[in-house]
Design a protein around this ligand. Structure first.
Ligand code: N2P
Length: 352
């Protein structure tokens, strides 16, 4: 028996060695240039098991369940809880020489959620706004559109638009933050009772919404099947790039800004390879390719010079000064409020 086993094991060895050079990456949908993954695999011989999620909740559950993920991409407002519950590993900066290309302003914003930037590397960021198929929406609305969240949150207005299709992101922090800001308040400083009342307002909008989903809306906007969608900037710009007359607008009342980050979960099996992957993405030319394809602004300051001229100046990609003034970063919620938010959102999503 051993005589037979030995050659078999020897034959298996190369496969085993290869199987070890694998990382599991868990990212948002439509948030990478697929060719970058292929190039990384080819250059390094490290295989990437790449999966996606479409809501912060999905990522949170995977991390809380201790899944063996080597690189994940949480938004900045999720960092304080992930760090305090020990879900993230501190990064080894020595293994990330390309960190020097990161945008310093962005790093200091993220440092409010991750002191000294020990755990997170800004990847892509951007604004939340409304993607509007202007000809369709104006027709249904019966005239020019206000540059306002009222298109969604005023039930009379969204009822008019419902015939050409209105959708909402499955993103409770973003939705509640813009709703409360529209009402002149702040999500993070709201009492749970106030959040429940916001839930009632959302429930009244429910009949006007085609769905609450952060992935389906991309294809539907591209195909002209939605006229107003609460959107993350790159998804909206991609619809416009696909030929639809879709505009991305940040309403006058203001909106939220998110910064998504590359992190190494505590449950990672290959933190060494995860660092190599992150450093690969931190090369300015690679970061520029990712921005060119996803149409999200890059966390990499040196990437900008590698963007096509047209893209570098594309309105809406990097927010202009005026828009920037209307944007505020998503805030982390105090624990108790987080529980109310989850209840309110689950009921809303289920249509209860
Ligand atoms: C892209 C998802 C954007 C991520 N489809 C928002 N945090």
């Amino acid at each position: 028996m051993p005589r037979l086993l030995a050659p078999l094991l020897l034959a298996l060895l190369p496969t085993l060695a290869q199987a070890e050079d694998l990382i599991r990456v868990y990212n948002w949908n439509d948030y990478i240039a697929p060719q970058v993954l292929k190039d990384f695999e080819q250059h390094t011989g490290i295989r990437v098991d790449y999966r996606t999620f479409s809501s912060a909740e999905e990522l949170e559950q995977a991390l809380a369940g201790g899944e063996p993920i080597d690189v994940a991409v949480p938004s900045h407002n999720a960092l304080p809880r992930l760090i305090s519950s020990g879900r993230l590993q501190p990064l080894d900066f020595k293994l990330l020489p390309n960190r020097k290309h990161l945008d310093k302003q962005l790093l200091s914003k993220v440092a409010a959620s991750d002191p000294n930037n020990r755990h997170a590397v800004p990847y892509l960021w951007g604004a939340v706004g409304l993607a509007v198929n202007t000809p369709q929406a104006e027709k249904a609305f019966g005239g020019p559109l206000p540059q306002s969240w009222s298109l969604l949150f005023d039930p009379e207005q969204s009822a008019r638009l419902s015939q050409c299709g209105v959708s909402l992101l499955d993103a409770p922090d973003e939705t509640l933050a813009v709703l409360l800001n529209y009402q002149g308040r702040s999500l993070a400083r709201s009492a749970p009772s106030r959040l429940k009342r916001s839930g009632d307002l959302l429930a009244a909008l429910r009949p006007n919404l085609r769905y609450i989903d952060s992935q389906r809306y991309i294809a539907d906007l591209n195909a002209g099947k939605l006229c107003v969608a609460m959107a993350w900037v790159g998804d909206a710009l991609n619809a416009a790039a696909a030929g639809q007359p879709v505009n991305f607008m940040v309403p006058q009342e203001g909106s939220v800004l998110f910064i998504d980050n590359l992190v190494i979960p505590a449950s990672a099996h290959r933190a060494d390879l995860a660092h190599r992957f992150i450093d690969y993405l931190l090369q300015p030319q690679i970061a520029a390719r990712i921005t060119s394809e996803t149409l999200y602004p890059s966390g990499n300051a040196d990437a900008r010079q590698y963007l096509d001229e047209a893209l570098r100046n594309q309105p809406g990609l990097y927010p202009d000064k005026d828009t920037k003034r209307r944007l505020f970063p998503l805030e982390a919620l105090p624990e108790k409020l987080g529980v109310t938010r989850d209840q309110v959102w689950a009921a809303f999503r289920a249509g209860k």
